[in-house]
Design a protein around this ligand. Structure first.
Ligand code: APR
Ligand code: PHB
Length: 388
């Protein structure tokens, strides 16, 4: 097969890139190693920044999100049971949209199929070759047959566990990372949310996040040990801890557990995000702790940069933006990394911390929720900085 841009991975990054390229009249083929059903039911975060929700609408993939998504003009910061609202409308006049990532994936897949662009599911044995040539290739098997796609460019949108980043030559990628000494135990429940807006709750027992997918579906997270075993957490124990970490601020109504799992917390960046004609975008290049809900939004920002660079190459025969792709992405990536780290260190209990650290955290939270300047700093990053 032959195409202009070979895309590996049908997550938010790969699917959005394909849509942007289609609108620019640039051909692409997407290959995905999971099934359509699997990727459309993979429970992930569900918060879309203001500009990213506008992007989905602008590229013709926002109709259902506008119907079913929840517009939030603020969040609540809980400090041992006292709630403090951060008013996005007053501070920055922007909002976020609560709409599950798997719903975004469903909408992008439907759009891709309607566009008639190739999207191959359940591929296997994917490898990338001749990355520094003008005809890089993707080789894989599909339906038992060996396949090869000759491309002008390859977009590595295959996530943190994909094959593209590891295909960089030894010594080329510089990795910047840190692991956190805790994880998140997340549940999806058929129960009404604790509040109509999100609650980020700091308590002496540890952090908890009370968010939602709809007025009847809640998404709830508990800080837990980094190596916690989900089998140690019965439904009753999870609900008990969620009640306690709300600190009496709101009444939490229990309901049917639809899904539960544990997410590790890490910060990770690879530099550069490109090698030859292979360009990384999204989780293949960076991971943020979920505290700031930046993952999908950052993936969209990367592919916006990449689609602009590819348009420059094909339309204006100018490769400057392709050469500057990594630098352009990494400015925003590091903003999101710092913000996600900052929210994580602010809201979580760290093992081995001293009473001084706890008092400092409480003071930090008190300053954040009482200073308009500090609240605006949080608000403008939370709703999403403007795209360069
Ligand atoms: N070949 C083909 N597809 C692959 C391969 C491979 N070798 N390895 C992984 N994939 C697929 C995965 O099955 C997944 O569908 O690549 C896709 C990568 O998608 P994501 O992991 O969702 O990453 P991305 O598109 O960058 O979106 C980032 O997704 O994981 C969340 O929290 C993350 O919200 C963030 C968002
Ligand atoms: C989610 O909806 O899953 C979510 C929302 C906000 C966060 C993290 C996760 O900070």
């Amino acid at each position: 097969m032959r195409t202009q841009v070979g895309i590996i991975g049908a997550g938010p990054a790969g699917l959005m890139l394909a849509r942007l390229l289609h609108l620019q009249g640039i051909e692409s083929i997407i290959i995905e190693n999971r099934s359509r059903d699997y990727i459309e039911n993979r429970v992930r975060a569900g918060l879309i920044e203001h500009w990213a929700a506008d992007l989905l609408a602008d590229v013709g993939v926002g109709e259902r999100m506008k119907r079913e998504g929840l517009l939030h003009w603020g969040i609540n910061i809980g400090i041992n049971g006292d709630l403090h609202r951060i008013d996005f409308q007053k501070l920055v006049n922007k909002r976020v949209t609560i709409y599950g990532q798997q719903e975004v994936v469903k909408d992008l897949v439907a759009r891709r199929l309607a566009d008639g662009g190739p999207l191959l599911f359940e591929v296997d044995g994917v490898g990338v070759h001749d990355l520094t040539s003008e005809r890089p290739k993707i080789r894989f098997t599909h339906e038992g047959r060996a396949q090869e796609i000759e491309c002008d460019f390859i977009a590595g949108c295959d996530g943190f566990h994909g094959i593209c980043r590891p295909s960089f030559p030894e010594g080329v990628p510089k990795v910047f990372e840190r692991d956190y000494p805790f994880g998140w135990l997340g549940i999806l429940t058929e129960s009404p949310p604790a509040d109509h807006e999100l609650i980020y709750s700091y308590t002496d027992r540890g952090f908890a996040l009370y968010t939602m997918r709809s007025p009847t579906i809640s998404r709830l997270y508990l800080q837990c040990d980094h190596d916690e075993d989900i089998d140690n957490w019965s439904d009753a124990r999870i609900w008990d801890e969620l009640h306690k970490r709300l600190g009496g601020a709101r009444k939490l109504v229990e309901g049917t557990m639809l899904q539960k799992g544990i997410t590790p917390m890490r910060s990770f960046v690879v530099e550069p995000m490109q090698h030859g004609r292979l360009f990384l975008a999204g989780d293949s290049a960076h991971i943020v702790p979920p505290t700031g809900a930046k993952g999908m939004n950052l993936a969209f920002a990367d592919v916006m940069m990449l689609s602009r660079a590819l348009e420059g190459f094909y339309k204006a025969k100018n490769s400057d933006k392709l050469g500057g792709y990594s630098a352009a992405c990494l400015r925003r990536v590091w903003y999101a990394q710092r913000f996600s780290w900052w929210m994580t260190q602010l809201m979580h209990s760290f093992p081995h911390e001293t009473p001084f650290d706890r008092r400092r955290q409480i003071s930090d939270l008190g300053y954040l929720t009482s200073s308009e300047a500090a609240s605006r700093m949080l608000a403008e990053q939370y709703v999403g900085l403007p795209l360069d």
